[in-house]
Design a protein around this ligand. Structure first.
Ligand SMILES: CSC[C@H]1O[C@H](OP(=O)(O)O)[C@H](O)[C@@H]1O
Length: 370
């Protein structure tokens, strides 16, 4: 996607040296576009843990490049396995991280050490390119949903509510739920996006609002707790969100607060659609509420907030009463019964095992083997 007319991806190999890895530091957005140069796997691990890069598909792609960086220095079996395990432990909920590292290990274990680094860069690039094409396709398969609503609204904008950030900076490019929004906007469909601020890290107000503004998409930032009210008053035509892991029965792990939005949507008969690439599927898990590990982040993210002061300085201030403890679960799980449907790169389906197997029959073998 473009930043002020200049095309960017959210991760890339530096063309100057051909091996270091470039990322946009998302903790500096929307106040500054700062490009970081990563040269070793520890920097990649920090970037993922600190959310300099975040977003389920993106952290998988960046971890893949982190493994390639490590293998430049040490391509031994021990290094391969050890660095993959270290990077895989950075964040527990998004299955894309494990998916990408498993794909890298499958590709690299058979390769002789002398050729492993080159093979790792090729495998990481393949993951990145797969994500770009996958996210583009997600947008295409979601577009008919917006077109159908637009047809009923006779020229009035389609009102879409989204949670967290599922845009091009949550993926290698295009995004997932936002890929649908971008394609509908670019197709000339009048639309408006309610952007959940998405406490506590404000991925909505800081990242989604920034992305949509750069692309000229009409939007309004709202408090997370406003969504139910908007739905009660007919101000939301559809909810479109991303996900960090979808289980075999269609349960959806996503940013904390998604479950509450889904409950409000269900109560107000608002369609609740979830966009995901194949790398977000976890067919090894059935009951998401019981089985998906929920990342618990530093409570300071809840007790404090980072923003820009009137004199332009980016500061972090405490908003909670001094001395009060906090709790910071970063994700929740929306049961499949609250999900209207899933939008994937292969098409749309019900949030059910049958729906997913219809789009991904290759997983049938796994299920049958159980
Ligand atoms: C395109 S999926 C993005 C997904 O990841 C986000 O989590 P985080 O910002 O903590 O990495 C959020 O759950 C989004 O829906």
């Amino acid at each position: 996607m473009k930043i002020d007319g200049v095309p960017y991806r959210s991760v890339w190999v530096d063309p100057e040296d051909g091996w270091s890895v470039r990322i946009i530091d998302q903790t500096r957005l929307p106040w500054a576009v700062e490009i970081l140069r990563l040269t070793e796997e520890k920097q990649v691990a920090h970037a993922i843990k600190s959310m300099q890069v975040r977003g389920a598909p993106l952290i998988g792609a960046v971890a893949a490049y982190g493994l390639a960086l490590a293998l430049r220095r040490d391509a031994s079996d021990a290094a391969l396995e050890g660095v993959a395990a270290m990077l895989g432990a950075t964040r527990p909920t998004a299955i894309n991280l494990r998916w990408a590292l498993a794909r890298m290990l499958d590709a690299l274990r058979p390769v002789p050490e002398a050729r492993r680094a080159d093979a790792a860069y090729a495998a990481a690039a393949a993951i990145a390119e797969d994500d770009v094409e996958t996210c583009r396709a997600i947008g295409q398969h979601g577009l008919p949903l917006i077109e159908a609503i637009a047809a009923r609204k006779t020229g009035k904008p389609v009102n879409i509510l989204t949670h967290c950030n599922t845009g091009w900076i949550a993926t290698v490019d295009f995004g997932t739920a936002l890929s649908v929004i971008y394609q509908a906007h670019d197709a000339g469909i009048p639309l408006h996006v309610w952007v959940d601020e998405t406490r506590p890290r404000n991925q909505g107000s800081a990242l989604t609002a920034w992305e949509l503004g750069k692309h000229g998409v009409p939007h309004t930032v709202v408090a997370d707790n406003a969504g139910g009210h908007l739905m009660q008053h007919g101000e939301v035509d559809i909810c479109l969100v991303g996900t960090d892991r979808v289980t075999r029965q269609g349960d959806v792990a996503n940013k904390i607060g998604t479950y509450l939005k889904a409950l409000a949507a269900h109560d107000n008969n608002v369609p609740f659609w979830v966009a995901l690439p194949h790398s977000t599927l976890d067919m090894s898990v059935r009951d998401g509420v019981r089985e998906i590990p929920i990342e618990e982040r530093d409570a300071r993210e809840v007790l404090e907030v980072t923003g820009q002061s009137w004199d332009g300085r980016v500061q972090t201030v405490r908003t909670a009463a001094p001395g009060s403890p906090g709790l910071n679960p970063a994700f929740d799980v929306t049961p499949a019964r609250l999900v209207t449907g899933l939008i994937t790169e292969r098409g749309r389906c019900d949030a059910t095992e049958a729906g997913l197997l219809g789009l991904y029959p290759e997983f049938l073998a796994n299920v049958a083997a159980e």
